[in-house]
Design a protein around this ligand. Sequence first.
Ligand code: GCU
Ligand code: CA
Length: 649
Amino acid sequence: MKIMTKPVSKLAKNGYPTVHNSIAQNWTRLPLVAAVMTLVACGGDNAAFSGNNPDPEKPPEYQQDTSGEIQGPTGVYLFEETLADTSGQGNDAEEVGHSLNYSALGNISYDDQDGIHALSSAAVFDGISGLRLTGNVIASKDYSVSMWVKPSGSNQGPLFYGELDGNQILLNAEGLTVSGQTGQGAAGDEPVTYTSSDFQLMPNVWQHVAFTVRDGFVDLYLDGERVYENGTLFTDNHTFENDWKMETDAFADFFSMGGGTFAIGVTHSDEDEPFIGKIDNVRIYNSALYHGNITTLAREVVNEGPSADMMAQWVDPNVELDWTLERFDASSIHIVRSAFSANETVVLTEESGALSGDASSYVDPAPIGESYQYFLQATDAEGHVYESAPTEYLRVPGTEAYAAVSAELNESSENIELTLYTENMDPTTFDVLRDTNNDIADAILIAEGVTGDTYIDQKDDDFPHVSGTPYYYWVSVTDGVSGEVTTSLALPQASASAAGTYIPPGTFVLEELTDGFCGVDGAVENNNAGFTGWGFANTDNAENMGIRWRIAVEEAGTYDLTVTYANGAGDNRWGRLEANGVVLVDQINLISTGAWTTYETVSTSIVLEAGETALSMIAGTGGGLGNIDSLTFSSTTGGSAPVGVACSE
Ligand code: GCU
Ligand code: CA
């Protein structure tokens, strides 16, 4: 058998969907209780990640369609508890046993918790069953097959199989193998496998696999990346061992006369062990899709979990909330409020009862002076719960003296401009303190007796501020009448952003409940103070409990990763870090920090592939992990930092 491997270089920019840098929020809208400036670029290099940037190598024929609209599928199997073909061609699938020789013997079940889409189901292949696709699902010399697969363990079973007159194509974990009249070998029938070292299927994770055949040339894709590319085989004068050259005509015409047999999970041979695992959203086309189309299909599940966009406004004396809830069929909604300095969370709708699922506004009647965040908890008819990310902190004026400061980078002068905010005060002067962490105890006094309500922290030799470093500010305000001094509070979250080209993008802080945080085997909580962001991820106290994130980087390379955590237990609550289900760091030590309110950091470096990575940290001891406050990533090469990719579980 010939193995044809011709890895193609990975494409740098591959049509990522819009991703949001969670740091780039607009904080200056809101008078907060203290200020922080994080020097992070939100334009510049990250711009390559936004927009539905199609394949940069797209040919003119590229169909700029969404997955559902790519023209002409001849078979679409979404496995929503059915084997029906939803392409409109009537090529339904039917169960077979161990091979295509055992009609009506197999049993395909569905997992309604594990489809590729939120709240959708996938087909479960048990290792003794498969599917025959009825009708002429492929009857052309050009065709494409796109599917989502989640193999169990290291199982190598057939994914897609087609046969006509003894000519066969077989897609499995090895690649695409063609046998029959291949034109190879002395008798012209030596099988050929099209694959590359980049075609590695991972156990127990969803991956998108596709191949296209155009005029007898095969392209193979994994997760939207072309891992085997045949289009230039002859034009770049590539010569294989023994001057091998493919007889394209024979292969090109395998299926065009129609009447072939097509299967998922099995072949004609009783020798082939059927596939074990899950398969979802199989799409077959009687045309060769282009790379951009495949990328679109491979991105169909990104950014598609539930989302809620909530706005909070203070309309004296109430706080008015408005929201839109998408991709979640709520039957009831609760509104939750957390107060910054009280460090408490209240379900506002507890006593009055949940709102109806289609509610889109709520009035919080006259809350007391505080800085509040709001979020909603929606429940659907089947009991799934979706909790939205919290709003930014909203200041409701109180009756006591109160001071706060906001900070913003002036892009042209590169100075950081501070604005004072007070309540119930008659300020004369204020002092400004600055630090690179949010503990005022060791902050330095940078200005005294400032008048007015602004202060400019100039970038100069004394303050050559550094990209990627957060700068925290506090003000101590002296009341002109009472002489009383009021100092702004420590900060709940870093939320200022600085755009501009002069700052090399470098650092990304991934907080819970923002894009890039997918879930925790446990809960997101905020009862142990000292965290940044909304709170921290607290795993259940058992081995193998984990936290999952999803990030994307433009460039493959080494990145520094700093984990901020608290561990009030005495022992080392270490975890292992996995990327796409493969161990990346054996052991990240989360040694005791002495108290659950003491947060410390531990750093390691990790190697990331270009594109998206599903990260998980999994507890190595029976205590679970320490409480994880945030992950901070920075490029070691001056390249752009990772971004968080919206994900939900
Ligand atoms: C305490 C602490 C939690 C922590 C837990 C644990 O209950 O408040 O935040 O996760 O201990 O032991 O894991
Ligand atoms: Ca815990």
